[in-house]
Write a protein of this length. Structure first.
Length: 292
C-alpha cells in the first residue's frame, strides 16, 4: 500500500475545502463564499485498498491585511513541507496575480506539484483546453487535472493520478483515523459555517464559535455552542427578530450534526459580545474553556 501527506494549497475561495470534502466523501471542512473561512490546517485521511492519503486543507494564501491574515498565511506555508502539493486555482476566473504570488513561494519546493483547475462546471470546454495549454508553459507541474469539486467531476481521476506520486510504503496512521479535528472543534466549525452562510456580508469572517459542552448518550447528543462577536450590532443580527436568525442557524447545524453523530442532536446556541481578544481570553478562562 502506498501512502503520503498531500497539502491542498491555493488562494481564498478557489474551492480547497470543497475539494477535500469531495475527496473524502464527507462534510469535514466547512465552506462558505467568504475569504479565510478555513483558519487551521485540517487533516482528512483517505483510505482505500491501494493507498492511504493524509490530505491537509489549508487557509487560502492572500495578501494579509491584519494579524489574522498573517497567521493564516503562516499556517498555509507550513503545508509546503508535505510529500505532494495540490495547487488549486479557480478555472472560471483564470490564473491571476494571487495564484502567481503563491506559485513564486512554491518554486523551491522539493516535492511534486500537481495543478488542479477547479470549477470547470462554470467553464466552456474550449476555455478549459486554452487554460491548460497556457499554464503548461508557466511552471513545470508534474500533472494538470481539471475538476469540479462541487459537482465531484473528475475526482476519481485526480485520486488515480495522485497515487502515482505517493512516496511511502505502508500505513502512516491507524486505519480508523479520519481527521485531526476534535469532536468539539468540528461541532463549533459546523455552527460557524452556518453563521457565515446565513448572514452573508453582514457578519465578518472573524466571528468565533466554541463548543462549551457536549454530552453524548445512547440516542441523543446535547450540545451548547457559544458564538462570539466583537460588536453588539453583530449580536443583534445573529439573534434576529424574535430569535429567528439564531433558530435558523441552529436548525441548519443540527442537520449536519445529526448526520455526523448518527443520532438525534439537541443544540443550544447563544451569542455573546466580547470586544477584544483580552476580554475573550478572560471569559474563556472563567468558563474553563480553551480554543481547540
Amino acid at each position: 500500500m502506498k501512502s503520503g501527506i498531500v497539502s491542498i494549497v491555493g488562494r481564498p475561495n478557489v474551492g480547497k475545502s470543497t475539494l477535500l470534502n469531495a475527496l473524502l466523501e464527507m462534510h469535514l471542512a466547512i465552506t462558505s463564499d467568504k475569504a479565510q473561512t478555513t483558519r487551521v490546517n485540517i487533516e482528512g485521511i483517505y483510505h482505500d485498498e491501494e493507498a492511504q492519503i493524509v490530505f491537509v486543507d489549508t487557509p487560502g494564501i492572500h495578501k494579509p491585511q491584519n494579524k489574522l491574515g498573517n497567521l493564516l498565511n503562516r499556517k498555509s506555508y507550513q503545508a509546503f513541507q508535505t510529500d505532494v502539493i495540490l495547487f488549486v486555482i479557480d478555472g472560471a476566473k483564470g490564473f491571476g496575480r494571487g495564484d502567481q504570488f503563491i506559485l513564486d513561494r512554491m518554486k523551491d519546493a522539493k516535492v511534486p506539484i500537481l495543478l488542479v483547475i477547479n470549477k470547470i462546471d462554470l467553464m466552456k470546454k474550449e476555455d478549459i483546453l486554452t487554460e491548460l495549454s497556457k499554464l503548461q508553459h508557466d511552471f513545470p507541474f508534474q500533472e494538470m487535472i481539471p475538476i469540479s469539486a462541487k459537482e465531484e467531476d473528475n475526482i476519481e481521476r485526480l485520486l488515480k493520478v495522485l497515487k502515482q506520486y505517493l512516496p511511502h510504503e505502508g500505513l502512516l496512521i491507524e486505519p480508523d483515523e479520519v481527521t485531526n479535528l476534535s469532536t468539539k472543534f468540528y461541532v463549533s466549525e459546523i455552527v460557524r459555517e452556518k453563521v457565515l452562510r446565513s448572514t452573508r456580508e453582514e457578519v465578518p469572517h472573524a466571528v468565533t464559535c466554541l463548543t462549551e459542552s457536549l454530552t453524548e448518550e445512547d440516542n441523543l447528543v446535547s450540545i451548547r455552542v457559544l458564538i462570539i462577536v466583537d460588536r453588539d450590532s453583530l449580536k443583534k443580527i445573529l439573534i434576529g427578530k424574535n430569535g429567528s436568525m439564531l433558530k435558523e442557524i441552529g436548525k441548519q447545524a443540527r442537520i449536519d450534526l445529526e448526520d455526523y453523530f448518527g443520532k438525534k442532536v439537541y443544540l443550544e446556541t447563544f451569542v455573546k459580545t466580547l470586544r477584544n481578544w483580552r476580554d475573550q481570553t478572560k471569559y474563556l478562562k472563567e468558563l474553563g474553556l480553551e480554543e481547540e
